[in-house]
Design a protein around this ligand. Structure first.
Ligand code: ADP
Ligand code: MG
Length: 215
């Protein structure tokens, strides 16, 4: 079984949004996927999976809350992939998730206020033994300034991390999709879906590449 985590220092940056995107993307190509929610105070994914089921959206993506990674991993023979949706802040659970993950996505906004704590968070992961190559930053909630997106990418790269070339714009359509139990590539808007699909594909490609280098 493979493991993909979405982690961050900050809340509200798009962890659950990106975790759902990746869970549905892999489920859509036939992988047996579990969306594991570690934000046990919110259980946002459990609610989202329930909405998805009620709306009959395919592919089905089971979600479950876990207090720690060890508990999630007891199910590893049942799945091809677990997507770990972390909780904000750096704590022992976050570190455990990071260590058990084949790849770690770190969502961030484009402002310095958003980027700085996320880069510090990534540095912290490295200092605890996580491999730099396993981390991929994803810029989320971007606005209409290409220059600010380019600056943010430059900031991430200057700090020594990879940053996905595709950023996710801040769009009401993405919120509506998720309110209906859909992932952000399943919205009512083809252009938004295309953008989310491009990000998902980029992440899939990097995930595959990492798996090959680790063989
Ligand atoms: N690109 C986006 N466009 C619009 N709304 C977004 C976008 N990404 C996330 N959101 C919204 O922002 C809020 C926080 O996102 P979420 O994925 O739950 O973050 P986290 O899991 O890191 O707390 C949610 O209401 C979500 O729908
Ligand atoms: Mg969340």
């Amino acid at each position: 079984m493979k493991t993909l985590a979405v982690l961050s220092q900050k809340g509200g940056v798009g962890k659950s949004t990106i975790a759902r995107l990746m869970a549905t993307a892999y489920a859509g190509v036939g992988w047996r996927v579990k969306l594991a929610d570690f934000h046990t105070k919110q259980l946002a994914n459990v609610g989202w999976a329930r909405l998805r089921m009620a709306a009959g959206v395919q592919p089905k993506v089971p979600a479950e809350a876990f207090a720690n990674v060890r508990k999630a991993l007891t199910q590893q023979t049942q799945y091809d992939l677990m997507v770990f949706d972390g909780k904000p802040n750096f704590d022992s659970v976050t570190l455990e998730i990071a260590r058990e993950s084949d790849m770690i996505l770190v969502p961030a906004g484009v402002t310095l206020d958003d980027l700085e704590p996320q880069v510090k968070f990534a540095h912290e992961l490295l200092s605890r033994g996580v491999e730099r190559a396993d981390i991929l930053f994803v810029l989320n909630k971007t606005l209409d300034s290409a220059a600010s997106v380019a600056d943010a990418k430059g900031y991430v790269e200057a700090a020594g991390y990879r940053c996905a070339a595709t950023d996710l714009p801040h769009k009401t359509g993405y919120q509506l999709a998720q309110n209906g139990g859909r992932a952000i590539n399943e919205s009512q808007y083809p252009s938004l879906n295309e953008r989310a699909d491009a990000l998902a594909q980029e992440i899939i490609d990097r995930f595959t590449e990492l798996a090959e280098t680790k063989k």
